[in-house]
Each structure stands twice: as structure tokens, then as C-alpha cells.
Design a protein around this ligand. Structure first.
Ligand code: HEM
Length: 486
């Protein structure tokens, strides 16, 4: 926006990405320049990644929305690159001597998110078999056992932070399925470190130039990066030392994976991929589950219809993978929840070569944010888009560029089937046992740190499955995202 300068715009974006971007699109249309360089959100400068990029100077940060832009940007894999999650601090190829403090940035939380071009194609080839449906289906028993364990601790009448419970649950599922039985405690520690790391990464403090001085966010960020690197490296080394052919966990599969030319993933690649899959693989599902429960608490008729479907098909038994195909309303509820409150509301790209997008020239090095949230609110594709209405999926047939909570194209979320199965199994199991009620006068705000979460958790009261629940009015910023009853 004019009048507040580059830093002012970026601070507004960092404080409330969705609110800010909504205003920009309303005022300037589906492609808008947020910041004119030299200031940049995350471009670390010359030669980043593939060596194809030029200096960040003179480039801007562009916000993009719409199916046409999605198709162009998401499919042109070699033209639109991914930005390293570590952003501005990521060492450039020109840097001869990367300091010891910044070295862990070269491999930690890099994985698929960081690589581009042929390196990314190779990464996807090697990782994909671990995400095949038959492999994923084998995690059903773990998912159900861990959900049962959590529900065993719940007491009727108590009010709990359900977002915290979902975090714990998806974290345990991710630890078990990715790292195997033996790394539970290290997995918990790793997740805490990653959450703190992501919060600093996404905070406006990151944008303020600063040194690696005591007490600064940068010092804390680099400390956390080193700790995450050490924890992940230990898990990878332990697993390699104990490698066994019949292990079911994903990390064992990645260790054994061989490319067409017989090459394996080296230790740095394993550390990068394992950390990224772990980080990407639980917070998103946590938020999807928490948002779905919030939406159900505000739409009792939907909750009852879903319970009826679960009772009719499952008859009180735990859901099997085959059952999921017989639960179309569960599918519609999950789809609609991911549409209206997408756990990843927008995602970044960096332009790798000079290019014109929808009539706008984008020099190499320009940064882009593509909005999933705003695409999902196109009234031509989703009539009354601010209303949570799972029934719309009886007729809605959007293309992958119109509805894409997991993105689309060569970089589409590799864990989409895993996440969908996990969310459905957990929801079906919980809803067979309990109802969750939002306490009177609840306030729910959202925060975005790559993933969109209810800020400060989501407190809900546990009720018996057959108890009637009250629908109380929720206040807070979530009301700016979805239309809820007054
Ligand atoms: C509801 C849950 C989830 C949502 C909404 C979600 C969404 C996304 C989105 C939007 C992307 C970005 C793609 C792009 O930049 O175009 C992505 C990438 C990714 N996701 Fe997910 N995700 C979820 C769960 C998972 C799970 C469970 C895993 C792993 C077990 C996972 C692993 C990844 C990885 C590794 C990538 C990078 C893919 C690449 O660049 O090739 N995600 N996800």
C-alpha cells in the first residue's frame, strides 16, 4: 500500500498476512506488487540455489491470486522456484566461507522445500515410494492406536486445549511413522524446537537488520537451527546404524531408496528431507483438525449429519481404510474445512528467469506469494464462499488450480494422501466417542506462520457422544475468515 513504504508494507503483511492481502487484492486486482525492491522478504541475493538467479536488487515482492496464475506458476516448475524456508539468512553460492554459525542452515529444514529443477525431480523420485498408497495405508493401525490412547485420557465435562491435544497426537503419529518406535522423546523435542524456529522465521523481527548478538531474534534463530540440526542428525545416524530391511518407518525407506542410476540419498540429504517432512507433516494436520472442530461446533446440523453417516457405516467399529471410501459426507466436511480455513493459506515462489505473468513483467529474483485462501473464495467457483457448507461438494467440481489446499503440479504436497487419511481417521474415531463444545464467550484469533493456526490454542469442553451440546457465539478475528452465526 502506498504511504507506508516497503518496511511498513512488510510489517503489515507479517502481522496479518490474510487481512493485508485481502485489502491489496480488493484494491489492485489479482496480481499486485507489494514491495518494490531493494527490500526483499527472503531472497538471499545472488546465485541462490540453482545458480540461475541474479541479484535481488531491483526486484519486488508480488502477490498473486486466481486459477490462471496458479496454472502458470505451479506448472512452470523450472521458471518458478521454491524459496529456502530459512529465507534471508541462507548462505549464497558466492559465499566462500560460511561461518560455523550459519553452516547448519545449509541442510537443516531444506529437503524438498529447498531444492529446484533436476535436484527436486530426483528428490521426488526417491521420496515418492515412501508415500505410495499401500505404504500409507499401513499406518492406519498406528494412527488409530495413538488416537485411542489420547481419547483414553479425556474426561467428560472437562475443558481442554484441543489444539494442544491435536498437536501432541499428530506429532506422535509423525514421529512413529517417520522415525519409528524408538525416537519418541527426540521427536517431541524436535517439534518444540521447530515451532519456536518457525515463529521467529515468520515474525516481523526477522525483517529488521540485526547481528548475531545476545538477546536478538537472530541469535535465537541460529541457536535453534543448530539444535534442530543436531537432533535430526542424531535420529538419522541412529537409524542408519540400526537399518533393517523390514522396518516400516519412512526414514528407513528413505535410507534404502535408490535412484535409477543406483545412487542413494547422502547423509546431508537425509537430514534435510527428514526434518522437512517432519515439520511439514504434523502442524498442518493439527490445524486442519482443530479448524474442523471449530467449524463443527458452529454448525450443529453438519455435526449431526456426519455422526449419522459414521453410525450408519461403521456401526461403532473403528474405521478401516476401506470404510473411508464409503463415507462421502466425511470427505465433504474435510474438503470444505480445507477450503474455507486452509492450513497453508499462501505459499511462496521465486522467479528464476525474466518472465511475463498475466501481462506483468517479472524480472528474475522477484518473489511471489500465491494465495490458496483467496482462490478458495472465488464466488464463481464457490458460491457464497464465506459460508461453511459441505453439501456444496455434491455438485462442486473445481479444477486443481481452483481448489488446491495441497497445492498442485510437480511440487504438490507429497503428504496429501497421508494427511487426508490421518484427518479422516482421527475425526471419525473422535466423533464416535465424544462431542466437543465451544465454551460460552470464546474468542478465537488466527495466526499465520506458514501454517494457519488458532492463536493461543482452542479450548473446548468434552461431552458425551449422546449429550446435547450448546452452540455458543464465538468472537475474535476468525470471524473475518468465515461467516459464523451471531
Ligand atoms: C492438512 C495437511 C497438509 C496440508 C494442508 C499441506 C499443504 C501443503 C502445501 C500447500 C504445500 C506446498 C506446495 C507448493 O509449494 O506448491 C506442501 C508441500 C509439502 N508437504 Fe504438505 N500439507 C499437509 C500435510 C503434509 C504431510 C502429512 C506431509 C508429510 C508426511 C507433508 C509434506 C510436504 C512436503 C515434503 C512438501 C514439499 C513438496 C515439494 O516441494 O515437492 N505435508 N504441503
Amino acid at each position: 500500500m502506498r504511504g507506508v513504504g516497503a518496511i511498513g508494507n512488510m510489517l503489515q503483511f507479517a502481522r496479518d498476512p490474510i487481512g493485508y492481502v485481502t485489502k491489496v487484492f480488493e484494491r489492485f486486482g489479482p496480481i499486485a506488487l507489494m514491495v518494490r525492491a531493494p527490500t526483499s522478504i527472503s531472497n538471499p541475493g545472488p546465485g541462490w540455489g540453482s545458480g540461475q538467479l541474479r541479484t535481488a536488487e531491483g526486484k519486488g515482492v508480488v502477490l498473486v491470486n486466481g486459477a490462471e496464475a496458479n496454472r502458470e506458476v505451479l506448472m512452470a516448475h523450472d521458471r518458478y522456484h521454491m524459496i529456502a524456508l530459512t529465507g534471508r539468512l541462507y548462505p549464497t553460492e558466492q559465499e566462500q566461507d560460511v561461518s560455523e554459525r550459519r553452516k547448519p542452515l545449509l541442510r537443516t529444514m531444506t529437503g524438498l522445500f529447498h531444492i529446484n529443477g533436476n535436484e527436486h525431480r530426483r528428490g521426488r523420485r526417491l521420496l515418492m515410494p515412501a508415500f505410495y498408497k499401500t505404504r500409507i495405508d499401513a499406518y492406519r493401525d498406528d494412527m488409530l492406536a495413538l488416537t485411542d490412547e489420547m481419547l483414553g485420557r479425556w474426561k467428560k465435562g472437562e475443558t481442554r486445549d484441543v489444539h494442544g491435544d491435536m498437536t501432541e497426537l499428530t506429532l506422535r503419529i509423525a514421529t512413529k511413522t517417520l522415525f519409528g518406535e524408538d525416537e519418541r522423546e527426540r521427536g517431541v523435542r524436535l517439534s518444540r524446537l521447530m515451532q519456536a524456529w518457525l515463529e521467529i522465521m515468520m515474525s516481523p523481527f526477522q525483517l529488521i537488520p540485526q547481528g548475531d548478538w545476545p538477546g536478538t531474534p537472530r541469535r535465537r534463530f541460529l541457536d535453534l537451527t543448530r539444535e534442530i540440526d543436531l537432533e535430526t542428525a542424531t535420529i538419522v545416524r541412529n537409524k542408519r546404524a540400526r537399518a533393517s530391511g523390514d522396518a516400516k518407518d519412512m526414514l528407513s525407506m528413505l535410507i534404502a531408496a535408490r535412484d535409477e542410476d543406483g545412487s542413494l540419498l547422502d547423509e546431508d540429504e537425509l537430514i534435510g528431507h527428514a526434518g522437512t517432512i517432519f515439520a511439514a507433516g504434523h502442524e498442518t494436520s493439527t490445524n486442519a483438525l482443530a479448524w474442523t472442530y471449530l467449524l463443527l461446533s458452529q454448525h450443529p446440523a453438519v455435526m449431526h449429519d456426519l455422526e449419522d453417516e459414521l453410525d450408519g457405516v461403521l456401526r461403532g467399529a473403528p474405521p478401516t481404510v476401506e470404510d473411508l471410501a464409503k463415507l462421502p459426507f466425511l470427505d465433504a466436511v474435510v474438503k470444505e474445512s480445507l477450503r474455507i480455513l486452509p492450513p497453508v493459506p499462501m505459499h511462496p515462489r521465486i522467479v528464476a528467469e525474466d518472465h511475463t505473468l498475466m501481462g506483468h513483467f517479472l524480472p528474475a529474483g522477484s518473489e511471489l506469494f500465491i494465495s490458496i485462501f483467496h482462490m478458495h473464495r472465488d464466488p464463481d467457483v464457490f458460491p457464497s464462499p464465506d459460508i461453511f457448507s459441505p453439501k456444496r461438494w455434491e455438485t462442486a467440481k473445481p479444477t486443481v488450480f481452483e481448489y488446491n489446499p495441497f497445492s498442485a503440479g510437480p511440487r504438490m504436497c507429497i503428504g496429501a494422501s497421508f494427511a487426508t487419511m490421518e484427518i479422516k481417521l482421527v475425526l471419525a474415531t473422535m466423533m464416535q466417542r465424544f462431542r466437543l463444545e465451544l465454551p460460552a464467550r470464546s474468542r478465537v484469533d488466527h495466526r499465520v506462520a506458514i501454517s494457519m493456526a488458532p492463536s493461543g490454542g482452542l479450548r473446548m469442553t468434552i461431552r458425551d457422544r449422546h449429550e446435547s451440546v450448546k452452540q455458543s457465539r464465538v468472537s475474535g478475528k476468525v470471524r473475518s475468515l468465515v461467516k459464523l452465526a451471531d
